[in-house]
Design a protein around this ligand. Sequence first.
Ligand code: MRU
Length: 358
Amino acid sequence: MTCTAQPDRKFPATMTWQGNVTGFLRLIDQTLLPVEYLEIDLKSVEQVFEAIRSLRVRGAPAIGCAAAYGVVIGLQQSVALSRAEFDVKLRQVTDYLASSRPTAVNLFWALDRIRTVARTEASLSPAAMLQRLLDEARAIEVEDREMCTAIGQHGAELLQDKTGVLTHCNAGGLATAGDGTALAVIFAAAAAGKQLQVFADETRPLLQGARLTAWELQQRGVPVTLICDSMAGWVMREGKVQAVIVGADRITANGDTANKIGTYSVALLAKAHGIPFYVAAPTSTFDLEMSSGQQIPIEQRAAHEITHGFGKQTAPAGINVYNPAFDVTPAEYIAAIITEKGLIMPVNEANVRRVVLE
Ligand code: MRU
């Protein structure tokens, strides 16, 4: 993995494809932020897999984009094969990348899209097919950027001037190819002149809120206050929060929403305080084949993320640890889902299908 540091760019792209079909994927190593800004170059499919699994690139839409480019990287040495052999290799590479993380459906959505292109273009040579797959990966990235912009525009109207907005985890530019989902709404509202005070949950155990959301908002001049996850309820009680907005990793047909662990607790707190709880997500995050959130696979992560989360041991050696990376917020707690196609409100299966399938 070769590395290049580019700390001077203010709003850097989460990832960029470098070069032509023989090129590689360059992305910000998010595990190092905010202390160190480093772009890393991924030139093998194993490196892409590792980057997704270890959260160097993370956030549902960004994982999908990275995986699509990862397929291209994984097939670069296969252009001399027969088309049948190339297709076998493509299946292996997509299966491999699909096993990197289980919860965010954008990963499977992007890989399915790549497989569908390969099926549809069955007459192309491997070399032509590889170029076509790169075109598709680029299209996924461009569309993701456009979806972020549209989500921002649709959602901005929900946020009033001079209000407090609480967010959990990071659903910003770092989690997508564009401006983010939840943070795109905040950026769009701020750009429209609304004065917002954002409260960022630090988001234990991996601190995406403290390390990434606080960093992004600070970079873009949006007032942000960092709080520990356990403070959210009290901050609401004090009247400092008038809306909650989060991203999503998978939304089922009935509107149940998987997002970073802790989101469910925030939704309950919002309900108890009469505060609207919004989810912002592109339609690529919907899984209409699942009828409810009970079917969503929840990623279980390593114990050391909790026992050694701050770089030093913070729990007794050998302690039992439970570390689900996501939880599911039932649709009934969600005031609206903001998509690039518009608002789903109230959140129920009929409205989900109407908006997503339009
Ligand atoms: O484990 P992560 O950091 O990939 O989890 C990310 C989240 O839960 C985000 O809120 C979600 O992917 C939405 S990103 C637009």
